[in-house]
Ligand binder design. Structure first.
Ligand code: SF4
Ligand code: SF4
Ligand code: SF4
Ligand code: FES
Length: 960
């Protein structure tokens, strides 16, 4: 029975060629491999040297039975099902472990081979439950397929002897079940965990008949080191490891190719469906960003899309202390438009604005900024990138000429030295982390710069050469010291600098950086980094071959975030580590579409493509297209909007897909600003924290409910495809169109493809982008235009976008946020693997099993000084507020630094973060807050008040 229905969008399930290509097919080396010719079943075949016979046959369309082999994993040769005959050779070699040779003649099918294969299958089946008809894998099981392929009709041995049929199931993982009675011990799961995921959570324990798959120390999956990435489930050829959703709903029947809506890695997935129900999300083998891998969020945590908390009916209210009234879309849009216009009539054109979301598509963020600039008549548009990677945009534009990372993820395969600064990829960007770890296992060296001992510092088969545990807030002192060592020891790449960089800026910078005050020994007291370690790390980065820098919010969310980004770019240029594979400056973007929302003109001073609104020629091109005169003056950033709201000048806000009451710093200030608005329109899939202050709630749509594109951290534009109808009746782009039209600026796109066509026409770096081309090529990295019709995997190859690379002087200025006797500890924040940002999505999935509350990580010495023990409720006080969290004693922390995540609203992490921000972009300084701790008797007053609000809000939404 064939269960898989061909779907033109995905071309059905990807074909498995049995073993990987000798080098990745996407690499430049693949095309250059020498070809080897041989005959298989009389057919002449030419394949690259190093290809296995199994793969060569598959490429020629000849299927050889196999079980332990799959092209995602190195050949293993354990099942003996893929035996072939090679003329002139003795025996029957396994085709998966036999490389092709010039001129050989291979036979894959004859009577002897058929008998041997049947015997092998017979042994497997004799220890396998015969419950195919009720098995969840029925119809999508390789064991079942292979039994058919080898013609096994009956088993001679009977089922009375020793077997594993009574082996106990492990149901500890919320997403998949392990049923050892069905295991054929092919080791694909173990190898997937090692080779693809890099976690090494599984082993084959025991020998011979007793050998079995064992998570951790023969523990349940949930108690082992398993991070629930799903790779073992994906590659298991039987129903031993099977998704619970398949057990519940049955095998999917068709699929749609789409893109994960969580982090900036941008993994491609097949949404495998039964009717309009997503049964499973399977990572797409040809996904340019993920190459067939996934993490627990994209793979399993999609259930939030149909969670009962979804608000699917528009709601309005005259004042925020009133209950919500559910109304029609027409009434809600008319109400919102009337309020916005009333505010403008009373307080002026610039008294309203909007915040769009990096969770939404390019087309949606483009439309929101267009509506602001046309229908609102001002430039008061900002995006959540303000609070994460805006310094990346500023710093890379200034130095290299483009507000984006320089590489693709494939590039890490060529890196010799990787420096990870202020990022925790195994939690924040897990699929990239797996690729990085694979490169590290191949021998690349690693420098980790982070206040905490993150997992990358030491994990199975990965050990950082240098961990530089800097004090939060001293990034710039650190990066200057790195450059100082390189310059003072003559390790710079003079040829690159003279050929590629602006000489005047280099000379000025050289004079600055050569000053002894930047020496590691001089900055050691501020940074806390051992100067010897720093010197060794600098030498390694400068001389170790291809040096690649990957960084995250630990770089940007500082008062000197932009300075640090420029310091990183300086360092890469200084060492010639830019403009080719294996090197570069790589921001690990937070949200799925943070790159895209910035590209789409979501900043108040820039139109799409990072072109200044104050530039008359740029404005004129948009005015012609949009048929409206544009305001030449930059608008308000989010912090300015909030300040002006408190001051009474900014009176109305349209907030799409952002929860600023939870995500932005200094919650008290944010709440005061929101409370003072005359009209707050919130568009979201759930009644979020910000909606407590809203007058209009417009139901949002999840990524499963709409068409569009996301742009990931590599500048890769990927399609998001609708797999089910919007639960609220409208996709987000349709809502913005309706609001804009009601405001008197009609919009009438029939499909997001038309919006992309407009973006492409107006944005030079997108000129070549269209849905047709995306459908053909899968994904495209911008710039994609006449000069680069298939996109640009690596930027700045011949020259920088700005011409010559600009060195910028990066003076270290200590943060205003200093430890004092009153606040003697520094709080820094971050994310964990299972939850995502404010947790609105992941908290509504079974991921809650891994992280049901935020905790405060604290070094045992700091805890002991304060009489705090593991699990105590602790009050954390900063100069702006107080909240409480449970303490977790952890030697990952350095003394003097504490850490928490911000995935749960009631944690109130942002009640204590301050108003400090990056000097250039106002990106908040989330990573540095001076705090004091004490044991607490109960929740803080903010938390008590907040939980009361939550209950009221839900009551109003659901019972009114
Ligand atoms: S669990 Fe699946 S993949 Fe792992 S050894 Fe058993 S059959 Fe093979
Ligand atoms: S789910 Fe991922 S981490 Fe867990 S055992 Fe399987 S491959 Fe390893
Ligand atoms: S790594 Fe990021 S994009 Fe990929 S599946 Fe996980 S959350 Fe989604
Ligand atoms: S597929 Fe070749 S030995 Fe298993």
């Amino acid at each position: 029975m064939m269960l898989w229905i061909y779907d033109p969008a995905t071309q059905g399930a990807a074909r498995d060629y049995g073993t990987p290509a000798p080098v990745p097919e996407y690499s430049a080396e693949y095309a250059a491999l020498e070809q080897v010719s041989l005959s298989i079943d009389g057919r002449q075949v030419s394949v690259p040297r190093g290809t296995s016979v199994l793969r060569a046959a598959a490429l020629a369309g000849i299927s050889i039975p196999k079980l332990c082999a799959t092209d995602a994993l190195d050949a293993f040769g354990s099942c003996r099902l893929c035996l072939v005959e090679i003329a002139g050779r003795k025996g029957y070699p396994a085709s998966c472990t036999t490389p092709v040779e010039e001129g050989v003649a291979v036979t894959t099918q004859n009577g002897k081979l058929a008998r041997l294969r049947r015997n092998v299958m017979e042994l497997y089946i004799s220890d396998h439950p015969l419950d195919c008809l009720t098995c969840p894998a029925n119809g999508n099981c390789e064991l079942q397929d292979m039994a058919g392929a080898v013609g096994l009709r009956e088993v001679r041995y009977g089922y009375d002897g020793r077997n594993h049929l009574d082996a106990k199931k492990d149901t500890s993982n919320p997403y998949f079940t392990f049923d050892p009675s069905k295991c054929i011990v092919c080791s694909r799961c173990v190898r997937a965990c090692e080779e693809v995921q890099g976690t090494f959570a599984l082993t084959i324990a025991g020998r011979g008949f007793d050998s079995k798959v064992a998570p951790g120390q023969s523990q349940p999956f949930m108690d082992s080191g398993c991070v629930s990435c799903g790779a073992c489930v994906q590659h298991c050829p039987t129903a031993t490891l099977v998704e619970n959703s398949i057990v519940e709903h049955g095998q999917p029947e068709h699929s749609v190719l789409t893109t994960c809506a969580y982090c900036g890695v941008g993994c491609a997935f097949e949404a495998r469906m039964k009717g309009d129900k997503v049964v499973t999300m399977v990572p797409w083998k040809d996904g340019g960003a993920n190459r067939g891998h996934s993490c627990v969020k994209g793979r399993f945590a999609f259930g939030y899309a149909t969670h009962p908390d979804r608000i699917t009916t528009p709601m309005i209210r005259d004042a925020i202390d009133q209950p919500w009234r559910t109304v029609s879309w027409e009434e809600a849009i008319a109400f919102a438009a009337r309020r916005l216009r009333e505010v403008q009539q009373t307080y002026g054109r610039k008294s309203i604005g909007a915040i769009n979301s990096s969770r939404c598509t390019n087309e949606e963020t483009y439309l929101v900024q267009k509506m602001v600039r046309t229908a609102f008549g001002n430039n008061n548009i900002d995006t959540c990138a303000r609070v994460c990677h805006s310094p990346t945009g500023y710093g890379l534009k200034a130095t290299l000429g483009e507000s984006a990372g320089t590489q693709n993820f494939d590039s890490v395969d060529k890196a010799d030295v990787v420096m990870v600064i202020g990022a925790n990829p195994t939690d924040g960007h897990p699929v990239f982390a797996s690729r990085l770890k694979r490169r590290l296992r191949q021998g690349a060296r690693l420098i980790v710069v982070d206040p905490r001992r993150i997992d990358l510092v030491k994990s199975p088969h990965v050990h950082a050469d240098h961990h530089l545990p800097l004090r939060p807030g001293t990034n710039v002192a650190f990066i200057n010291a790195m450059a100082h060592v390189i310059v003072s020891e003559g390790l710079e790449d003079r040829e690159f600098i003279s050929r590629r960089c602006d000489q005047a800026s280099f000379q000025e910078w050289l004079e600055f950086i050569g000053d002894p005050r930047h020496a590691p020994e001089q900055v050691a007291q501020a940074t806390g980094i051992d100067p010897t370690e720093l010197r060794a790390a600098a030498r390694l980065y400068a001389t170790g071959g291809n040096g690649a820098i990957y960084y995250g919010l630990g770089v940007t969310e500082h008062s000197q975030g932009s300075t640090m980004v420029m310091g990183i770019a300086n360092l890469a240029m200084l060492t010639g580590n830019i403009g080719r594979d294996g090197v570069g400056v790589n921001p690990l973007r937070g949200q799925n579409n943070v790159q895209g929302s910035c590209d789409m003109g979501s900043f108040p001073h820039e139109l799409p493509g990072y072109r200044p609104v104050k530039d008359e020629a740029v404005r004129a091109s948009f005015e012609r297209a949009w048929q409206v005169e544009l305001d030449p003056v930059a608008g308000l950033r989010i912090p300015n909007m909030l300040d002006e709201a408190v001051a009474g000048n900014f009176r109305a806000l349209y907030c799409q897909g952002e929860d600023i009451a939870q995500s932005d710093p200094n919650t008290q200030h944010v709440e005061a600003a929101l409370r003072s608005l005359d009209c707050l329109i919130v568009q979201d899939i759930f009644l979020n924290e910000t909606a407590r202050f809203a007058h209009v709630f417009l139901p949002g749509s999840s990524f499963l409910e709409k068409d569009g594109t996301f742009t990931n951290a590599e500048r890769r534009i990927s399609r998001v495809r609708r797999v089910m109808a919007p639960l609220g009746g409208k996709a987000d782009w349709e809502t913005t169109m309706a609001l804009s039209t009601a405001l008197g600026y009609p919009m009438s796109y029939a499909h997001p493809a038309q919006i992309m066509a407009e973006i492409a026409a107006l944005t030079p770096s997108f000129h070549g982008v269209s849905y047709e081309r995306l459908d053909q090529e899968g994904s495209i990295q911008w710039p994609c235009n006449e000069a680069a019709p298939h996109g640009t995997p690596v930027m700045h190859v011949e020259k920088f976008t700005r011409g010559k690379g600009l060195f910028v002087v990066t003076e270290y200025v200590a943060s205003d946020e200093k430890v004092t006797p009153r606040f003697p500890l520094l709080l820094t924040t971050g994310r964990i693997l299972s939850q995502y940002n404010v947790g609105a999505q992941t908290r509504r999935t079974a991921n809650i099993a891994w992280h049901h509350e935020d905790v405060l990580e604290i070094h045992p010495h700091d805890a002991e000084d304060r009489g705090i023990t593991d699990g105590d409720l602790v009050a954390i006080t900063s100069r702006v507020g107080e909240t409480t969290l449970r303490a977790r004693l952890s030697e990952r922390m350095q003394p003097g630094v504490v850490y928490t995540t911000f995935h749960h609203p009631l944690s109130g992490a942002n009640v204590i973060t301050t108003e400090n921000s990056d000097w250039a972009t106002n990106c908040p300084e989330y990573k540095v807050t001076a705090v004091q701790l004490r044991k607490a008797a109960g929740p803080s007053s903010w938390q008590q008040e907040h939980s009361r609000f939550d209950r009221q809000q839900l009551h109003h939404a659901h019972l009114d």
